[in-house]
Design a protein around this ligand. Structure first.
Ligand code: SF4
Length: 267
């Protein structure tokens, strides 16, 4: 549904998508402290960093009685409040993490807190105890952070980093973080799904730009005029056409596809 509101306006377009990492763990594991440490360190290094935080609770976000709250109560589905050097958006419908990432604009790094079930980017684990590690793994983990008060003993086959060593954590994120994949699982990159391409990227066998959905340039022209397409429509049409063309003899290595047809006008 977020597509209806945003995808026609916000697109990666010519922007380079930020390298993305999620900090995942169970409740009260110390994820926010890890995000803080990582964001500070990347910022000190001169990078522009954005964050997205997941919450399971619908906490309202707005202050009852304030102007924006009144706009929303009146029926506004997308409300913005803007100041000269800050702003906030209230969106009263589901927005995907992928559309949200695009709305954050041009960034070097995107650090996500939570979203354990999303398989489109690298992740840093924050266990409360040793058992948590297996529960949090999905093949895209690049490090484990040991928070001092946790019951995690520090035993893992992954790189284990103390919370106080943000520099080491940032080094790993800078080395292994890759742009978030779209989560469309279309096989266009030659892998079964986005997670499999992500695993290949972490093994050094593939690159994020192999994702045809993130990199494809799709233009629809009618009578030589470009027609603006929403992100969902653009992805759906490009996936369908690419899948069809690649299945044809000679189409396996398609890099540019042009389809031109003339429509007969009604008498
Ligand atoms: S082409 Fe992109 S969207 Fe499709 S499966 Fe590969 S990574 Fe996912």
């Amino acid at each position: 549904m977020g597509e209806h509101l945003f995808s026609h306006t916000y697109s990666y377009g010519v922007m380079t998508p930020p390298r993305t990492v999620a900090v995942v763990g169970f409740k009260d594991s110390g994820k926010t402290r890890v995000v803080e440490a990582l964001v500070k360190e990347l910022t000190i290094r001169g990078h522009k960093v954005g964050t997205i935080k997941h919450t399971a609770e619908n906490i309202g976000f707005d202050t009852p009685g304030k102007d924006t709250s009144r706009h929303r109560e009146a029926g506004s589905k997308a409300t913005a409040i803007l100041h000269n050097n800050a702003g906030a958006l209230f969106i009263d419908e589901h927005i995907s993490i992928h559309d949200t990432a695009k709305m954050l604009g041009s960034l070097d790094f995107l650090v996500i807190e939570g979203f354990k079930s999303v398989n489109t980017h690298a992740r840093v684990l924050v266990p409360r105890m040793d058992d948590d590690i297996d529960k949090l793994r999905n093949g895209l983990e690049i490090a484990v952070v040991k928070v001092p008060e946790s019951g995690f003993t520090g035993k893992s086959d992954l790189p284990v980093i103390d919370l106080g060593d943000a520099s080491k954590l940032a080094d790993i994120v800078m080395e292994q973080g890759y742009p978030m994949l779209p989560g469309v699982d279309c096989h266009g990159c030659g892998y079964d799904d986005c997670r499999n391409l992500g695993e290949a990227i972490l093994r050094g066998e593939a690159e994020a730009r192999q994702c045809v959905v993130n990199t494809i340039s799709f233009v629809l022209k009618v009578n030589d005029e470009s027609v603006p397409l929403g992100g969902f429509v653009r992805r759906a049409l490009s996936n369908m056409l690419l899948g069809f063309v690649k299945s044809l003899k000679g189409g396996e290595k398609a890099s540019k596809i042009e389809i031109v047809f003339e429509v007969e006008e009604d008498e």
